[in-house]
Design a protein around this ligand. Structure first.
Ligand SMILES: Nc1ncnc2c1ncn2[C@@H]1O[C@H](COP(=O)(O)OP(=O)(O)OP(=O)(O)O)[C@@H](O)[C@H]1O
Length: 252
């Protein structure tokens, strides 16, 4: 059996007095798409943001538990956050390209971390945009402002920006909720291709999306993990009544 790339155990998170995560245990295997589902406010985004320490900056937050990434504790005091967020990158709900050219967006992390020659940079940028399945749409406009493209194209440019620095894990927080169905479908198809190289963890409100693209699904409710497992099993024969009720639209 393939071992997990990222293991989380007994994760608790407190926003001040409020316990938003109540002992979450989820493992993520390489080359899988993993969906996090559950009603609004159940803690999906909070948990996702723990995975590359995006909650660290919120004052009054306390996080406990184990986060083992490739055998290393991501909360160890000597962890370099820039490196961590290169290895475990995040795509947000609203596409957030920087307000400069497509080329400079994708080059950003490469210029920060490495010192590539112009030829190397050109090659890496083309490769990243191809992997993000947006190359054909932007290749003649690499100097155009990234914000001048459609929402779906912007989201794929953001994915390319992240892929350029070779992450292991891609975190996505409702990446298609601001997009039209065609753009959403394109992002889904892109993610399906990317899983041969990366491990993907996606928060989604769209149950059909979770069932279409994910290998595993974790259902959360009120800060607790109710059930996690193979998507094909969880959607058809969930173990827990709460999961069944949620999937059948009885709440949420
Ligand atoms: N910065 C914060 N400070 C205090 N409480 C917060 C903060 N962020 C989130 N919360 C609370 O923590 C709980 C979990 O929120 P979270 O955003 O993780 O849920 P979610 O499942 O992602 O919801 P949604 O699907 O609506 O995005 C909620 O009760 C929310 O109000």
């Amino acid at each position: 059996m393939t071992s997990a790339l990222l293991e989380t155990e007994n994760v608790h998170l407190y926003y001040g007095e409020k316990e938003a995560l109540k002992g979450i245990n989820i493992d993520f295997k390489p080359n899988t798409i993993n969906a996090l589902i559950g009603p609004s406010g159940c803690g999906k985004s909070t948990y996702l943001r723990c995975l590359n320490r995006m909650n660290d900056l919120i004052s009054g937050v306390k996080i406990t538990g184990t986060f083992n990434f490739k055998g290393t504790d991501i909360y160890a005091p000597d962890v370099n956050l820039v490196t961590l967020r290169t290895e475990i990158g995040m795509v947000f709900q609203q596409p957030n390209p920087f307000p400069f050219s497509v080329y400079d967006n994708v080059a950003y992390g490469l210029r920060l971390n490495q010192h590539p020659s112009k030829t190397e940079l050109d090659e890496k940028i083309e490769k990243a945009l191809k992997k993000a399945a947006v190359w054909d749409e932007v290749k003649d406009d690499l100097n155009k402002n990234a914000m001048a493209f459609s929402g779906g194209q912007q989201q794929r440019i953001c994915i390319a920006r992240l892929l350029a620095v070779s992450p292991d894990i891609i975190l996505l927080d409702e990446p298609t909720s601001a997009l039209d169905p065609i753009s959403s479908g394109e992002i889904e198809a892109t993610l399906m291709q990317l899983k041969s190289t990366y491990t993907i963890i996606i928060v989604t409100h769209n149950l059909q999306q979770a069932s279409r693209i994910s290998d595993t699904t974790s259902f959360m409710l009120n800060g607790e993990l109710i059930e996690t497992g193979q998507t094909s099993k969880l959607f058809v024969t969930p173990d827990k009544q709460e999961t069944s009720d949620y999937l059948n639209g009885k709440f949420g």
